[in-house]
Design a protein around this ligand. Sequence first.
Ligand SMILES: [Zn+2]
Length: 325
Amino acid sequence: MANYVNTVLGRMPTDAMGPTLIHEHVNFGFAGWYADRTVAPFDKKASFDRAVETLTAVRESGVRTYLDATPNDSGRDVRFLKQVSGASKINIICATGLYNEAQGGSAYFKFRNALPFANAVEEIQELFLKEITEGIENTSIKAGFIKVATGDGTISSYEEMVLKAAARVSKETSVPIITHTHGGKLALAQADLLISQGANPSQIVIGHMGGVSDIDYHIAVLGMGVYIGFDRFGADMPPEKPDSENISCILKLIQRGYVQKLVVSHDYTINLLGRQVPQLLAHLPNWYPTHVFKNILPALKTRGVSHRQIEEMTVDNPRKLFEGE
Ligand SMILES: [Zn+2]
């Protein structure tokens, strides 16, 4: 059992995590955004100021730890995260990982895997392991968890390589895995593949499960011993469901005794890399990373969820995920 976690500022006891947002982003770009930098360059100063302002508001809402679930190929910048964490006084835990085939930078390891005598799974394992145990990109900043993702359809052979590597490294290091599903699809397949490769179910969060409102489906996934994330609050756009449906699912799952396996978040992106989409944000007034603590948790309380149960979802479950309990 690990009783510490790697944040971007160094090792921290899991007891110090406190109220935690389990799946968010500081910077995020769809792979290929860098090809558009002539039109939409990264403004480091403006992005830094926005990140510090946002995370200061998040801290003031009661949150102490912010998990940045940005995979390596989606614009993860750990030096930037370290500066932001220092300035905003919030714990940031960064990931090692790779995004799904359709939206990530999948070309590189697919090329590697097509070479004679290739073993891309081993190469990806080497990458994840080094980023967790030694550091990322010649820094001493270590990843605290592994991020994996699948798309809409089946788990592709590329995604399968990434999930296998993640499971093996999680088993070796006792570092958790947090997944992206496309609106909850393939959740059982993800859990099954990760567990079959040796990952501890108590160290897996199957993400974006709010995309499905069928609690029998949630219960089937929970039956595998994993956590599930209602982690896109405020992001009311397909394939997600409105907050009201997520709240109703959480209430039903708590009634059925699953509070110890639920985690909540927004999947918010503070700085979208590349061209901006202000029209989208104008339609999502609640998609801001203080929404859960300011609005959703109080709404759950008025529907009968106890203070202790709120603490389980926001404090105990994230801590236990890292401890592998
Ligand atoms: Zn995300």
